[in-house]
Design a protein around this ligand. Structure first.
Ligand SMILES: Cc1cc2nc3c(=O)[nH]c(=O)nc-3n(C[C@H](O)[C@H](O)[C@H](O)COP(=O)(O)OP(=O)(O)OC[C@H]3O[C@@H](n4cnc5c(N)ncnc54)[C@H](O)[C@@H]3O)c2cc1C
Length: 545
C-alpha cells in the first residue's frame, strides 16, 4: 500500500496502515537543519524519513524512495515460503535492485529468490492476493529499464534457478532454467563441437530468461537470427499463477505460436521458468577481418557493398574512432588508435567457400576506401579482437562516469547518413557520442557520454537520445533492435505506431495480465509523457497516486 504523506506527523498513520511492516521512527526532522552524522546512523539502521510534501513514499535523503507497497502479511507469507534467506527487504539490499544497465531507477520493496517453478507460481499468487505489482529479474544487464520495478512491489529474481536441466546433443537441444547465464550454455557444449548462437555482448552475465524476455540479439545474429530463432519451447507462469508449457523439442508444433509471441514480451505478459533452446554445430572454418577506415561514412558504405555481393557474413560490427581509442586503451586488443572507424567482419563455413568470400570482402572494403585490411592469423588474435568489442561498454565506463546506450535501427543504406546526423546531435548538445554497433543489421548503438552529477546533463542526454531515435523512425527504422522498449522508450512507441496498433498491443497484454500487475509501466506509453494511450491503472488500493 502506498501512503500519501502530507504532514510530518503522518508517521503515525504510516505505522497504522503498514502494520509496522517497516521500522518507522516517530520523529520529525526539519530537512533544512539536519545533523548529517545522526542522519547517516539512522539510515544505516534502516530508518527512513517522512518528509513533508512527499507523494506516496518515505524518502531517503539520498534520493532513494521507499513506497510502502509490501503489507506485513505478504512479507510473512514470503518468509514462510522461501525461508529467511529466500528474500531481501532491507533498504540497503533493495538499493542493489533499483537499476539495470540503463539510466532509470526505482527500488523494489521486496526481492524474492525462488528455486523452483512451484515457488514462482506461489509468489505470483501471493502478489495477486495482496494486490501488489511484481516484476521478473535476470542479471539486470537490460538497457531499457525492463527489470526496474517502476511502481515498486515484489521483484522475483531468477538467480537461484540457474541449472542446465538437459543437454540432448543428438537432437541439438538443451533445456535450461531462466537464470542460466547465456555463455554457460556454449561452455557446456563447445567441447562436443556445439554452441548456442545468440551472443549478446553481455553474454558473460546476462541470463536466458532476460534474453527470452528481450528477444536478445548479438554480433552473430546477423546470420543466425535473434533469440526467438533459437527458442523452441517455454515453461511459463501466467500472471494468475497458472503454469503453462508452450512449444517443445520438435521444430513445428500445431496451434498458435505462443513461444514466438511471448519471446520478446519484455517480462510484461508471463514469467519464464524453463527454456528449450536449439544448439548449433560449430563451423569448420572461421575468418575474422579487421578493416580500417579514415572516415565513418566509408565504413558505413562498405556494409552495403558487401551485401550487394550476396555475401552474408556472420557478423559485421562497426566501432568509430572515439570508441576505438577507449577500447584499445582498456583492452590492448590491437585496434588502431588513429583511425576514424573499423569494421570487424566475420565469415564462417566450409574452408574453400570462406577463403573465396574473404577475397570478395577485401574488394568491397577496398572499393569503399578502407586504408587497411587485416585477417586474424590465429584463434588468439581473433579472441582478442572480440574481447575488445565485447568489453566496449566497460571501456566507456573508464572514461565517462555515466553513459546512455541507444538502440536505434535503420536500413543498411541509411547507416552513413545516420552517423552524420548523430555527429550533428553531439555538436548541438555539446556531448560526446561514440558509436559501436551491429552494422550488418543496421542496429546502431550511439553511446552518449555524460555526467549525471552535472545539473542538466541527464536531460541533455535524454533529449539527444530521443532525437536520434526519432531520426531512426523517420529513416524507416525502429526505436529498438534488441534492447527492448522497457520504460525508457515507452513514450516513443506513439511515434512508432498508430493508436490502433498500440491498442491491439494493450489488448494482448491485458489478455494475459488483466490486473496490469506484471511489470507495469513498460512497453506502452504510460501517459506520463504527452501520449494518449495509457496502460490500464493498477487496481484500487495498490495504485501509486
Ligand atoms: C555491456 C552490455 C552489452 C550488451 N549487449 C547486448 C547485445 O549485444 N545484444 C542484446 O540484445 N542485448 C545486449 N545487452 C542488453 C542485455 O544484456 C540484454 O537485454 C539481456 O537479454 C538482459 O538479460 P538479463 O538477464 O540481464 O535481464 P534483466 O535485465 O534482468 O531483465 C530484462 C527483462 O527481462 C525480464 N525478465 C528477466 N528474467 C525473466 C524471466 N525469467 N521471465 C520473464 N521475464 C524476465 C525482466 O523483467 C526485464 O523486463 C547488453 C547489455 C550490456 C550491459
Amino acid at each position: 500500500m502506498t501512503v500519501r504523506v502530507a504532514e510530518a506527523h503522518a508517521a503515525e498513520e504510516i505505522l497504522r496502515v503498514t502494520n509496522a511492516a517497516y521500522q518507522v521512527e516517530k520523529f520529525f526532522i526539519d530537512t533544512g537543519r539536519l545533523d548529517r552524522q545522526r542522519l547517516g546512523e539512522l539510515l544505516w539502521k534502516g530508518v527512513f524519513l517522512v518528509t513533508d510534501g512527499m507523494d506516496g513514499c518515505l524518502q531517503h535523503p539520498s534520493g532513494f524512495t521507499l513506497s510502502l507497497m509490501i503489507p506485513a502479511g505478504l512479507k510473512q507469507r514470503v518468509h514462510d515460503l522461501l525461508g529467511p534467506r529466500g528474500y531481501l527487504d532491507r533498504p540497503q539490499d533493495l538499493a542493489l535492485y533499483e537499476y539495470d544497465g540503463g539510466v532509470d531507477k526505482h527500488a523494489p520493496d521486496l526481492v524474492a529468490f525462488p528455486r523452483s517453478t512451484a515457488e514462482v507460481a506461489a509468489l505470483v499468487k501471493l502478489a495477486q492476493e495482496f494486490g501488489v505489482p511484481f516484476v521478473g529479474r535476470g542479471a539486470g544487464t537490460g538497457l531499457s529499464g525492463g527489470a526496474i520495478p517502476r511502481e515498486g512491489g515484489l521483484m522475483i529474481a531468477f538467480a537461484r534457478m540457474n541449472r542446465i536441466l538437459e543437454l540432448d546433443l543428438e537432437n541439438e537441444r538443451a533445456v535450461v532454467q531462466p537464470g542460466v547465464v547465456n555463455l554457460d550454455i556454449t561452455l557446456a557444449v563447445e567441447g562436443s563441437g556445439y554452441f548456442f548462437a545468440p551472443d549478446p555482448s553481455s553474454q558473460r552475465a546476462c541470463t536466458i530468461g532476460g534474453n527470452v524476455a528481450e528477444n536478445a540479439g548479438g554480433p552473430h545474429t546477423l546470420a543466425y537470427g535473434v533469440t526467438t530463432n533459437h527458442v523452441l519451447g517455454l515453461e511459463l507462469v501466467l500472471p494468475d499463477g497458472t503454469v503453462v508449457e508452450t512449444g517443445g523439442k520438435a521444430s513445428d508444433l500445431p496451434g498458435y505460436d505462443l513461444t514466438g509471441l511471448l519471446t520478446g514480451s519484455e517480462g510484461t505478459m508471463v514469467l519464464v521458468t524453463k527454456v528449450i533452446v536449439r544448439l548449433m554445430r560449430k563451423p569448420e572454418t572461421v575468418k575474422t577481418i579487421l578493416a580500417i577506415y579514415e572516415s565513418n561514412e566509408d565504413a558505413g558504405r562498405t556494409v552495403a557493398e558487401i551485401t550487394a555481393r550476396a555475401i552474408t557474413p556472420v557478423a559485421v560490427e562497426m566501432l568509430d574512432g572515439v570508441m576505438l581509442r577507449m577500447v584499445e586503451e582498456a583492452t590492448h586488443a590491437g585496434y588502431p588508435m588513429d583511425a576514424a572507424a573499423v569494421l570487424l567482419i566475420e565469415l564462417e563455413g566450409i574452408r574453400e567457400a570462406v577463403e573465396e568470400q574473404v577475397e570478395q570482402v577485401r574488394q568491397a572494403c577496398t572499393v569503399s576506401g578502407a586504408r587497411e585490411f587485416r585477417v586474424a592469423r590465429t584463434a588468439g588474435e581473433r579472441d582478442l579482437l572480440w574481447k575488445g568489442r565485447k568489453n566496449a561498454f566497460g571501456a566507456v565506463g573508464r572514461v565517462s562516469p555515466t553513459y546512455y546506450v541507444q538502440d536505434g535501427v535503420v536500413p543498411r543504406t541509411q547507416i552513413a547518413p545516420t552517423l552524420h546526423f548523430i555527429g550533428e546531435v553531439a555538436l548541438k548538445y555539446g556531448l560526446t557520442i561514440s558509436n559501436i554497433f551491429h552494422a550488418g543489421d543496421g542496429n546502431m548503438h550511439p553511446i552518449i557520454l555524460f555526467d549525471a552529477r552535472k545539473p542538466g546533463d541527464m536531460a541533455k542526454a535524454r533529449a539527444a537520445g530521443a532525437e536520434i531515435l526519432t531520426w531512426c523512425i523517420d529513416a524507416g527504422g525502429s526505436i529498438t533492435g534488441e534492447h527492448g522498449v522497457g520504460m525508457e522508450k515507452s513514450e516513443l512507441m506513439a511515434k512508432m505506431f498508430p493508436p490502433e496498433t498500440l491498442e491491439a498491443i494493450l489488448k494482448l497484454k491485458m489478455l494475459f495480465d488483466p490486473n496490469a500487475r506484471l511489470n507495469p509501466g513498460k512497453v506502452l506509453p504510460t501517459g506520463r509523457g504527452c501520449l494518449e494511450i495509457r496502460q490500464a491503472p493498477l487496481s484500487a488500493g495498490s495504485a501509486v497516486y
